[in-house]
Design a protein around this ligand. Sequence first.
Ligand SMILES: CC(C)(COP(=O)(O)OP(=O)(O)OC[C@H]1O[C@@H](n2cnc3c(N)ncnc32)[C@H](O)[C@@H]1OP(=O)(O)O)[C@@H](O)C(=O)NCCC(=O)NCCS
Length: 241
Amino acid sequence: MNVIYEEAINSVKSETAGCIGSDDLKQQVASPCVHRVLRRILELRRYPEFARLLWWRTYVPWRVRSKGVAASSTVSYFGMPVVSIAGGSSIVIGPNCSLCSVSDYTALGVNHPVVLRTLRSRARITIGSDTGISGGVICAANEVVIGSNVLLGANVTIVDTDFHATAPGGRRYNDDPGVVGSVPITIGDNVFVGMGAIILKGVTIGANSVIGAGSVISRDIPPNSIAAGNPARVIKTLSEG
Ligand SMILES: CC(C)(COP(=O)(O)OP(=O)(O)OC[C@H]1O[C@@H](n2cnc3c(N)ncnc32)[C@H](O)[C@@H]1OP(=O)(O)O)[C@@H](O)C(=O)NCCC(=O)NCCS
């Protein structure tokens, strides 16, 4: 917002810079000069951006909370995330998290807005402080816990359920929790998940680890590791600190 404001001020300054001269000259040029300045101030192309930023800082946080998300007041939103909460479930977002749902505000762009969805009663999504999400999907039928200082690269998908039974009989309509696999996911503090990675049910990723772009994580990854591939395997160990 400040950038836009400063840009507007600078453009006004540059417009008025040519208006200094003798009194007569001032009289002659004042009117067109004022018109030029007013025209620049009223230039409409600046306002959609202004309005957008205002919307994200006022309406979007309110809307997210009105859907039942316990989001810290210091969460930054870039665009409106898709949020749905099953009755009796919860979503908690810690301080200073950032949820980017529009491509203009993240280097890689996003394929869709951030999606936060609990699918069953008692399901929980908990996101720690200072965590960044760009166009990510987090779906919990059971529990997804994301630590603090976690980086979820563009378009990461985290789902703790298979959504459908692996047994073929009645698969289309059978969402009985007894037959649809669903196991909690835990992502430790300071984990960096590369773009487009997919994290499946039951996985724990240890603190500080890095997940390669496009990886499919179906088994636990120990702390301080770099894991990549499909299925992901540890390719390196990080020295602590
Ligand atoms: C995971 C990553 C950080 C590892 O980087 P690195 O430590 O420099 O690893 P290297 O490039 O030395 O690769 C080591 C091995 O892992 C393999 N590898 C690396 N990344 C891989 C990936 N995403 N998927 C599969 N294999 C991968 C390499 O082919 C190499 O295999 P080899 O030893 O058989 O030749 C990096 O490859 C990566 O995926 N970066 C993308 C991060 C990202 O998504 N950023 C955007 C955030 S919005």
